[in-house]
Design a protein around this ligand. Structure first.
Ligand SMILES: [Zn+2]
Ligand SMILES: [Zn+2]
Length: 191
């Protein structure tokens, strides 16, 4: 009985991942085309639109090409297999470690499992509105690059049957002992 449920769940998960990959590829493709058009100047009458989509386009493009075209920072001859959830650097299969649906480089895997983590914020996004989660990405980046403070972003996907859309829930996690200060700072940062 329980085996059957697990089987169904795994099946559903595989399906979801396939759908997501499709959506990302489709968006990436569309954004590339849009970029080509703006570069050709055919759409130069719409400068405001181009500026508005600029940020999410860059972000999606980085996401789509980031890992594939990169090499491991420890092994420059090996293709990257994933990004570390803490330092955001690319690593090969040997250097990357998967844990609870996230990937880490080895030192940051040890850092992650040796602390308790608390959720500072959860933001719901859809493929049409990826920019709603930007404050989370920007805050995490600023913490790491300016202060070396680790934060982790975890994303869960859900299909909303009523609206037939994929919703993602983007979560920002920080170490429990830094939670109070960082939660307060995040609120200020966001506004
Ligand atoms: Zn790392
Ligand atoms: Zn490596």
């Amino acid at each position: 009985m329980s085996e059957k449920i697990i089987f169904i769940l795994v099946g559903a998960l595989v399906f979801l991942v396939l759908v997501l990959v499709g959506v990302v590829l489709y968006l990436f493709n569309r954004l590339l085309k849009e970029k080509d058009m703006t570069q050709d100047g055919e759409h130069s009458t719409e400068p405001s639109r181009a500026t508005r989509t600029g940020a999410d386009r860059d972000q999606l493009k980085r996401m789509a090409e980031g890992v594939e075209s990169s090499y491991c920072v420890n092994h420059p001859q090996d293709h990257a297999q994933g990004l570390c959830a803490i330092c955001n650097e690319t690593f090969c299969e040997e250097c990357i470690k998967e844990h609870e649906g996230l990937t880490f480089c080895r030192p940051h895997f040890r850092l992650f499992i040796s602390h308790e983590w608390e959720t500072v914020e959860t933001i719901k996004t859809t493929p049409e509105t990826p920019e709603t989660a930007f404050p989370i990405y920007d805050f995490k980046k600023a913490l790491w690059e300016k202060e070396g403070l680790p934060a982790v972003i975890s994303t869960h996907y859900k299909i909303n049957i009523d609206t037939d859309t994929i919703e993602s829930y983007v979560k920002l996690l920080v170490r429990a002992d830094e939670y109070e200060t960082l939660a307060e700072r995040y609120q200020t940062f966001k506004h």
